[in-house]
Design a binder for this molecule. Structure first.
Ligand code: GDD
Ligand code: MG
Length: 336
């Protein structure tokens, strides 16, 4: 089975650990980076030659380097370099066009590079191939709270495998997110299974400008000059009447912020996650502490905080405010 791994985002919510030059998917917080975890999951059901990574010039060395660390060599032609990020729809088109022109009509799993997922989910994903010959397939997760950073999927009648989708809504406001959960919607996992033929037909219908740009040229820089920035969720999934969902009953997480990362990592006896520093704390619990500077970090009577120290930036915030870190990054950019 073939895969496209999207590895071009900058992960601003993990600032200052992740920067544009070293985004979160390549950060090693545990044994492997999230990107390496994604590659290993794909390798469970495919060969390295079937894995395509869409990335950019400044991240391409992380891509091949981190795959080499796993003991594999990704063919150079499978690492697709975007001239500039245009969000996920053009990135997916780039990968789908490359696969279609090299191998003909194919079923392709589309993965984000910044998710945690149980390995056992891969069999379910590979097993629903037949559904993708007629539908755009997305994988749904049972929601646990009204997260406004996710897409919501309303399942309708059952198909042979999975369910037809009657509504797909990307990043709703909090009131709508609550309503979608009450109505039995699933979170969009951001993982898809697309047949190249079905995908380009839907693209032509719902985002004709992007379709025409990819159809009209083989030169990636001129294609990217002609396309706007849009995610696959807004550009196709919200508009298509031909979406099916398969629910995944496995542990899944988009490690979008420090709070989500904290939840996934091993804690000490006081519930603290502490990385790469000398650390002594008194009466402090449930904190995420990361220091890349070698400085000792001490906390006294501090609970549920994020403390991230790097040579040129220090972040301190309550864990519950982690989602707002991206706002700091845009403020800092505006100051530049
Ligand atoms: N190559 C490339 N180029 N990759 C990109 C680009 C780009 O311009 N922009 C984003 N990506 C990569 C990111 O690195 C990430 O791995 C993946 O594409 C998804 O992008 P995100 O920016 O993380 O999307 P999201 O989390 O806001 O929303 C998506 O995922 C949610 C679940 O995690 C949507 O599909 C939501 O509907 C979904 O709920
Ligand atoms: Mg994401």
């Amino acid at each position: 089975m073939r895969f496209i791994i999207l590895a071009g985002g900058s992960g601003t919510r993990l600032w200052p650990l992740s920067r544009e030059q070293y985004p979160k998917q390549f950060l090693k917080l545990g044994e492997n980076s999230l990107f390496q975890g994604t590659v290993l999951r794909c390798l469970d059901v495919s060969d390295i030659s079937e894995i395509f990574v869409v990335t950019n010039e400044s991240q391409k060395f992380f891509v091949s380097g981190q795959i080499q660390e796993l003991g594999y060599d990704i063919p150079k032609e499978n690492v697709l370099i975007e001239p500039e990020g245009r969000n996920t729809l053009p990135a997916i088109c780039f990968g789908m066009k490359e696969i279609d022109s090299r191998f003909g009509r194919s079923t392709v799993g589309i993965f984000s590079s910044d998710h945690v997922l149980d390995k056992s989910a891969m069999k379910t994903i590979a097993d629903v191939k037949a559904l993708s010959s007629s539908h755009l397939v997305t994988f749904g997760i049972a929601p646990t709270f009204p997260h406004i950073g996710y897409g919501y999927i309303k399942p309708a009648e059952s198909l042979d495998i999975g369910h037809r989708v009657s509504e797909f809504r990307e990043k709703p406001d909090i009131e709508s997110a609550k309503k979608y959960i009450e109505e039995g919607c699933l979170w969009n996992s951001g993982m898809f299974l697309f047949d190249t033929g079905v995908f380009f037909k839907e693209l032509k219908m719902h985002s004709p400008d992007i379709f025409n740009a990819f159809e009209g040229s083989d030169e990636i820089s001129s294609i990217y000059n002609a396309v706007t920035s849009i995610s696959v969720d807004y550009g196709i999934m919200e508009k298509s009447n031909n979406v099916a969902v398969v629910k995944l009953n496995y542990n899944w997480s988009d490690l979008g912020n420090f709070s989500a990362i904290y939840d996934e990592l091993e804690k000490d006896s006081k519930g603290n996650v502490v990385y790469a520093c000398d650390h002594v704390s008194l009466n402090s619990r449930n904190n995420f502490v990361h220091s890349k500077t070698g400085k000792a970090v001490s906390l006294i009577d501090v609970n549920a905080m994020v403390v991230v120290d790097t040579p040129d930036a220090l972040l301190v915030c309550p864990k519950g405010s982690s989602q707002k870190v991206k706002d700091i990054v845009s403020e800092l950019k505006d100051k530049d």
